[in-house]
Design a binder for this molecule. Structure first.
Ligand code: FA5
Ligand code: MG
Length: 426
């Protein structure tokens, strides 16, 4: 996918994103740079830490919500970030004069369309489509400062879990055998009694309290799975127009309290508008960057966007739950040279000892070798000779390497493998 932005809003009447053109107006403030982030889908790139965190959270959900081997929720990780103001705000009961709608905070395409500012923007449409338990994961866009913890594009994972009365208060008929006096009458979800500020006036206190306990237990279970049982956390009362009551969860990380998510009991008006009826739901939204940075000790949020293999290889082919501690990559540029060679007659691409080759490369190149990766395997159709091609990535930790000195070392490696493995450089 290639995204273009026509040009400054003033001079051109449209904003073009992929193949769709949007009429621009005095709300338009999305820039070509911001549009260039659409479609990167870091949360779906296997060697990106955000993808590892996403998979670990989804795995936790599979462990928590499975019935007869089947998950009882659906996962949406590919919803378009271009949404309407109705989706991002109105459907979530966000008032027209709410500060979160300000042009200074959002990337508007025009007065009706914007790049979603949170994943909750999809909550109502998914509820309306008939779903009652689901996860939404994707990139969100907010105008904000740029420093080590803020970037105008970040990633959220949002959840909705709704339950009917029988699900929230299951009444096992089996219990009657042992406990004949067991009260079969279930508590109710809804009431129309006095307003209690700690709950929505339509909900019973029993339903609200049980939902709160389930929500909090589930989320504490999640941070314990991610960070270990000893993680220090605290709940902070919060306010969101779309949930009540609402909380934020903070974890204690490197001498600071770090807010990782917002959550609460979904406003019944949203469920009444979109469905499902006669349910009570909880929802939460968490930031993947915050979790990934804390989990893997990644010092700068911009590193998530790095395409530098020195960063990405630290997260490649890892066990999902492997303990990874990010090692800072040198700020000096990489230099990549390829090496390809014909194998001797008695060796094939399958019997060649690559690890011996790697050792030899490290012996000669030393610390400036950042990575050696297999690039190509080839069998000549006529001669049946086997050939391999490797890329060697060089980078000095304290200074910029010159191409000339890299070429010299590369040549030394070529000479060494010729004599060590009896290969012929191509
Ligand atoms: C929201 O976005 C709500 N939609 C969350 C929610 C969903 C509440 C469902 C209730 C029910 P908030 O703006 O606080 O809330 O962001 C949620 C999380 O996203 C934060 O806790 C944080 O982990 C992450 N986050 C927010 N802003 C940034 C940022 N600039 N950079 C990185 N992560 C951020
Ligand atoms: Mg918040």
């Amino acid at each position: 996918h290639k995204y273009n932005y026509s040009t400054a809003a003033k001079s051109m009447p449209t904003v073009k994103i992929n193949s769709t053109e949007f009429i621009s107006d005095d709300y338009t403030n999305v820039t070509p740079k911001i549009i260039s982030y659409l479609g990167r889908n870091l949360h779906l790139q296997n060697d990106n830490p955000l993808s590892i965190v996403r998979q670990r959270i989804v795995q936790y959900f599979y462990k928590s919500f499975t019935h007869r081997g089947k998950p009882t929720f659906s996962v949406y990780d590919n919803l378009s970030p271009i949404v309407s103001t109705k989706q991002n705000f109105d459907d979530l009961l966000i008032p027209v004069d709410h500060p979160s709608r300000a042009k200074s905070d959002c990337y508007y395409i025009n007065k009706d369309m914007l790049l979603r500012a949170h994943m909750t923007a999809h909550q109502s449409e998914l509820l309306r489509s008939g779903l009652n338990n689901f996860l939404m994961i994707g990139d969100v866009y907010r105008r904000d400062e740029i420093d080590s913890t803020h970037f105008p594009v970040f990633h959220q994972l949002d959840v909705v879990r709704s339950q009917r009365k029988e699900q929230l208060f299951p009444n096992h008929p089996d219990l009657d055998i042992f406990e004949p006096t067991f009260d079969k009458e279930r508590p109710h979800l809804f009431t129309n009694t006095i307003t209690d500020p700690t709950k929505q006036s339509c909900h019973t206190l029993e339903a609200t309290k049980l939902m709160e306990a389930q929500l909090k237990n589930h989320l504490i279970g999640l941070v314990q799975v991610l960070f270990g049982d000893d993680i220090k956390y605290r709940w902070v009362d919060a306010y969101f127009p779309f949930t009540h009551p609402s909380w934020e969860l903070e974890i204690y990380y490197e001498n600071n309290w770090l807010e990782v998510l917002g959550c609460g009991i979904v406003r019944n008006e949203i469920l009444a508008n979109a469905g499902p009826n006669n349910t009570i739901a909880y929802a939460f939204g968490l930031g993947l960057e915050r979790l990934a940075m804390a989990l893997y000790k990644i010092p700068d949020i911009r590193l998530m966007w790095s395409q530098d293999s020195g960063f990405l290889t630290q997260f490649q082919n890892k066990e999902l739950n492997a303990k990874i501690t990010y090692k800072p990559v040198s700020v000096y540029p990489q230099c990549t040279n390829d090496i390809s060679f014909w194998l001797p007659e008695n060796i094939t691409i399958d019997t060649f000892m690559s690890n011996d080759f790697y050792d030899l490369v490290r012996d000669i190149g030393g610390d400036i070798i950042e990575q050696v990766k297999l690039k190509d395997k080839f069998i000549h159709p006529k001669t049946k000779k086997h050939s391999l091609c490797f890329s060697i990535v060089y980078r000095h930790l304290e200074r910029t390497l010159t191409q000339a000195e890299v070429n010299k070392i590369h040549k030394d490696i070529e000479n060494a493998i010729v004599s060590a493995f009896n290969v012929v450089i191509r």
